[in-house]
Design a protein around this ligand. Structure first.
Ligand SMILES: [Ca+2]
Ligand SMILES: [Ca+2]
Length: 125
């Protein structure tokens, strides 16, 4: 299940918020094209400021090595052409947002505040 925040926060606050929100919740991990399409559809429908949301990938541990927010290995990415560019123009860019087009841009983790998408699981008994 996915949940889009009502507020704009930094990437690290988004990571924390998703962990606190639900059991086993985390900032969304987009594992494949199908999931990318789902998150993109939610974003398009959400009609939020800037049309960008944080997703759970970063390269803040080692520049150029992108992982999920918990350090696990990426299974899928959909960078926009020319991204990730590591902030050649705007300084350090170690966190990613997804756009309404479904592609990703790396931006500064702490300088920007965006809405974010948490992913969580519901146990059906
Ligand atoms: Ca980077
Ligand atoms: Ca960038």
């Amino acid at each position: 299940m996915y949940w889009i925040s009502d507020d704009n926060v930094t990437w690290s606050k988004a990571v924390e918020a998703c962990r606190n929100l639900y059991n086993n919740g985390h900032l969304v991990h987009i594992d494949n094209e199908e999931e990318n399409d789902e998150v993109k559809a939610i974003l398009v429908q959400a009609n939020i400021r800037y049309g960008l949301i944080w997703i759970g990938i970063h390269d803040s541990v080692k520049e150029g090595v992108w992982t999920y927010e918990d350090g696990s290995r990426l299974t899928y990415v959909n960078w926009r052409n020319g991204e990730p560019n590591g902030g050649i123009v705007h300084g350090d860019e170690d966190c990613a947002v997804i756009t309404k087009g479904g592609d990703y841009i790396d931006v500064n983790c702490e300088k920007w505040k965006f809405h974010f998408c948490c992913e969580y699981y519901v146990v059906i008994e």
